[in-house]
Design a protein around this ligand. Structure first.
Ligand code: NAD
Length: 264
């Protein structure tokens, strides 16, 4: 479905980003695997190559505009274009609202909101001047990993939720401004996904709510009508759909991928 396409994914060294990079490669794209953790990006790119796919890796911290500009230069120098950019890198901390610190706020906003802004803007500026993708009327596709928390705030996550609400505002405005350039901008909103981020959150939440980690996980599953924790691959499949030709007339949209945990 994505044969011949060039893709770049941020935060692709683990979890949801790793699954997205692998899925886009499985669909035939050549994938630039990027992460703040250069070793993790290298490991994922190696895994893609050893499975017969095409991948490069780069160390990119999305809080650093210069890292994104260097990555963009590297991709255009090698491939001359990029068709799909997934702004996936994100972080979280958990804190009761009354105890929330400047550090919590700034850390979450630097990566989740400003990092997505830097990523989408850096690549959109180059994408708008490239010819349309082969056999497409579009020049490129931008996709952000937001969150169920971008729709429905949760206790202990005021700062994280606010940073993810920001992502959807950015996606909607960018979609309207970039449509004349034939660039689409969309988001996916995962639910309770089993990743390293979730492992950290389960430990924090257990301590803050006076529960065991097993009780916290049971509560996540109880809140999910489809009755299990979400897998990174559940998200990756929807990103592949948005990256593919069947989604060419979708822009400014955020697709819920959460097993029914938030239906509106
Ligand atoms: N796990 C969930 O339940 C869940 C739910 C909704 C949304 N999300 C979102 O999905 C995305 C991926 O989360 P995950 O669960 O895979 O997390 P994760 O912690 O497992 O992986 C995140 C990756 O991003 C990288 N990263 C962190 N800061 C970075 C930075 N400044 N620059 C570049 N890379 C950076 C990390 O090194 C790591 O490899 C995030 O945006 C997160 O907010 C996760």
């Amino acid at each position: 479905m994505l044969k011949g396409r060039i893709a770049l994914v941020t935060g692709a060294g683990s979890g949801i980003g790793e699954a997205i990079a692998k899925r886009l490669a499985d669909e035939g794209a050549k994938v630039w695997v990027t992460d703040r953790d250069g070793g993790a990006a290298h490991r994922v790119a190696e895994a893609i190559r050893s499975g017969g796919g095409q991948a490069h890796c780069l160390k990119v911290d999305v809080t650093r505009r210069e890292d994104l500009e260097s990555a963009c230069d590297a991709v255009y120098a090698e491939d001359g274009r990029v068709d799909i950019v997934v702004a996936n890198a994100g972080v979280s901390t958990m804190r009761p609202f009354l105890d929330l610190t400047d550090e919590d706020w700034d850390f979450n906003f630097a990566v989740n909101a400003k990092g997505v802004f830097y990523t989408l803007q850096t690549f959109a500026r180059r994408m708008k001047d490239q010819p349309p993708m082969p056999s497409s009327e579009l020049r490129g596709k931008l996709i952000a990993t937001a969150s169920m928390a971008a729709r429905q705030a949760a206790p202990l996550l005021a700062h994280y939720s606010a940073s993810k609400f920001a992502v959807l505002g950015l996606v909607q405005a960018a979609a309207k401004e970039l449509a004349p350039h034939r660039i689409t901008v969309n988001a996916v909103n995962p639910g309770f996904v089993k990743t390293a981020m979730q492992d950290r959150e389960v430990a924090w939440e257990a301590e803050l709510r006076g529960l065991t980690p097993e009780e916290v996980i049971a509560d996540y599953i109880r809140q999910t009508p489809l009755g299990r924790l979400e897998r990174p691959e559940d998200v990756a499949g929807v990103v592949a759909f948005l990256a593919g030709p069947d989604a060419d007339f979708i822009t400014g949209e955020a697709i819920e991928v959460n097993g029914g945990a938030w239906i509106f």
